[in-house]
Design a protein around this ligand. Structure first.
Ligand code: BES
Ligand code: ZN
Length: 636
């Protein structure tokens, strides 16, 4: 079964690689060869109801009215469909109210539709009755308070406090909660939009964006490159644009503009470095939008417009690797996309590897190794957690998430084991050959969604076999944990900090090591390695002295704060609880708050559980759905 499947893939790949240069452009100037479409049949996306193997959206035009009073978007989603031979088109919806559906472009006719049963995981199927010759399907809808993608903020929750704010988060399968569509990364579409907003705010999308607010409060958008649905994104707020270079800049509330310019000043160099490694940047413009603190991620790679969390404004440029990461997704993820959420490592593992290459190009190998070493520390902890969990098979790169949320695959396995796969492959093949292979991979599969098996077959055919390279790719992809041949990365500077922390763990005195030292004597990454190595046996007197001297609980990088609070919770050190609570209430970046709540709930003391629950009560209304549901699960 597997063998014939692989042969089938191989033959498709051969056909498509022979034809990618031939142009077969549709009305939106995009390549839509049949060969590319036929690949869709191969993979099955268990997280979508859509019948994309029969009929699929080619272009989506959105007409949106953003209403802050009702916290609703009133929309029309106009789908231009592929040629087909079926009498029903199935879309994904979740928490949406469908008002009516029509077909046609100038003369619209109402058509029948039915809505399927609700699944907590996937929402509902929207079945639309059509004819063989139906080309346009127009879905009139409104969002509801059950929407999972949208975060509506009151003016008080913004920095400027004058205007409300709205942003969306689509990945992995939340787009269906603000747009009725075929919500699968297997399909790629171009899109356009007309968006109406209230006075005083600007609308931005993952598309060609305005630089300034206009007086009629109506904005038009075009995304001419084909993208998967999870990359459709919208942000609305009172923002200004600051240019950072020829083709890049940052949108933010005006109060944050200067900090953004300082923090992201190296962006043009990053774009140049990335393009030099894996080929020309394909999306024309690269901008960042600085969202409110509630944004559940550090960054999200929406094409042309990375969404960023203000925790990246560290004041010391110690989180710029997140921008390198989101930029890297312009190749791995946005240009070549995971076909299903089981192939998520193709997005994130490649991106973490590429992010590190960009950091190396800008700041040198020592800095890049420091970052990779810290990731590796995280990975070891995650593997242990996963191996002792209900799903030990989650430590395979290729996942099987049927019946589960795609979110379950968002672990260090995809990110860091994935990156170590490529680092180890780099050692086996040499950087030059690996880069040549990856350059070809990005060209060959650009604007395609591919499976792990597609990649594996390319790897063998284009790299391993022609150059006689031995590499245990299958073990990496289909077996648990870390294969023994994994690349070893160490950092002497971090080792020194780890040593210092171990001394303290064993009862050492703080004045000996840290006399006359200030926070600025070590970099944020060095402090991270230090704090992570401290364990709960560190005496409270030492923790208090450290906090007084270095202000971990109130100053600087939020990742370091989060790690410090995790340690405090684990050690039952409660002197910093006020700072901890202020942090958890202000910041909605899931990864930073999740671990702190988890440590509090792991505690043996009931008062820690109570504190976690009270804090969540104060914070939850300001969290995005993504963070709220994760934390609710932890504190319940
Ligand atoms: N694409 C991810 C965020 C994501 C993944 C959202 C899956 C929803 C589902 C983004 O590129 C990311 O990885 N962000 C990280 C950055 C980090 C690894 C440098 C984050 O937010 O912390
Ligand atoms: Zn990522």
């Amino acid at each position: 079964m597997r063998v014939s499947y692989l042969i089938f893939i191989a033959s498709i790949l051969i056909t498509s690689s022979c034809t990618t240069k031939k142009s077969n452009k549709d009305s939106h100037g995009q390549d839509n060869t049949d060969q590319k479409e036929s690949k869709l049949i191969l993979a099955k996306d268990v997280h979508s109801y859509a019948n994309i193997e029969d009929i699929r959206t080619k272009h989506l035009h959105l007409e949106l009215d953003v209403n802050f009073e009702n916290k609703k978007i009133y929309g029309i989603a106009r789908h231009e469909m592929s040629d087909h031979n079926v009498n029903q088109a199935i879309f994904d919806i979740k928490g949406l109210e469908i008002i009516k559906i029509t077909t046609g472009i100038k003369n619209e006719n109402n058509v029948d539709f039915t809505i399927g049963e609700y699944s907590e995981q996937m929402g509902r199927a929207l079945n639309v009755a059509i004819n063989n010759d139906t080309k346009f399907i127009n879905i009139y809808y409104q969002t509801t308070e059950k929407t999972e993608a949208l975060d509506w903020l009151a003016p008080e929750q913004t920095t400027g406090k004058q205007h409300p704010y709205l942003y969306t988060q689509g990945q992995a399968i939340l787009t269906r909660s603000w747009i009725p569509l075929q919500d699968s990364p297997l399909n790629r579409i171009t899109y356009s939009a007309d968006v109406k907003v209230p006075q005083g705010v600007i609308a931005l999308m993952s598309a060609k964006n305005p630089r300034e607010r206009n007086d009629d409060n109506l904005y038009h958008f075009e995304m001419k490159q084909r993208i998967p649905s999870y990359l459709i994104a919208l942000a609305v707020g009172d923002m200004v644009y600051s240019s950072l270079g020829d083709n890049c800049g940052v949108y933010s509330e005006k109060e944050l503009a200067e900090d953004c310019i300082y923090e992201f000043t190296d962006l043009p160099k990053m774009i140049a470095a990335a393009s030099a490694i894996y080929g020309e940047y394909q999306w024309d413009q690269y901008d960042i939008v600085m969202l409110p603190y509630s944004f559940p991620f550090g960054g999200m790679e929406n094409p042309r417009l990375t969404f960023a969390n203000p925790t990246l404004l560290t004041g010391d440029r110690s989180s710029t690797s997140v921008i390198a990461h989101e930029l890297a997704h312009s190749w791995s993820g946005n240009l070549v996309t995971n076909a299903t959420w089981d192939d998520f490592w193709l997005n994130e593992g490649f991106t973490v590897y590429f992010e590190n290459r960009i950091m190396e190009a800008l700041y040198g190998k020592e800095e890049a190794d420091i970052l990779a070493t810290i990731e590796y520390q995280d990975l070891l902890a995650s593997i242990e957690t996963i191996e002792n969990s209900e799903h030990p098979e989650d430590s395979h790169l290729k996942l099987h998430l049927d019946g589960r949320a795609p979110d379950d695959g968002m672990t260090d396995i995809a990110y860091v084991k994935g990156a170590f796969f490529l680092r180890t492959l780099e050692q086996a093949a040499g950087r030059e050959l690996l880069d040549e292979f990856l350059n070809n991979y990005f060209v060959k599969h650009s604007f395609q969604s591919i499976t792990t098996e597609d990649f594996l077959s390319d790897l063998k055919k284009d790299l391993l076999e022609p150059h006689n390279i031995e590499f245990n790719a299958e073990e990496w992809i289909y077996q648990p944990g870390m294969p023994e041949n994994h690349a070893e990365i160490t950092s002497p500077r971090l080792n020194k900090m780890i040593q210092l922390a171990n001394d303290l763990n064993e009862g050492g005195k703080i004045d000996k090591a840290f006399e006359n030292k200030t926070r600025g004597d070590f970099t944020t990454q060095e402090w991270l390695a230090f704090v992570r190595t401290l364990n709960s046996s560190t005496p409270h007197s030492v923790m208090l002295a450290l906090n007084n001297q270095f202000k971990f609980s109130i100053e600087g990088n939020s990742i370091l704060k989060s790690d410090w609070f995790k340690l405090c919770a684990r050690a039952g050190f409660r002197d910093v609880q006020d700072d901890m609570q202020a942090f958890l209430v202000k910041i909605g970046r899931r990864w930073l708050v999740e671990g702190v709540y988890q440590e509090l709930m792991n505690s043996n003391s009931k008062s820690d559980h109570l504190f976690a629950r009270e804090t969540f009560k104060k914070a939850s209304s300001s969290y995005h759905f993504v963070t709220r549901t994760t934390i609710a699960e932890i504190v319940k």
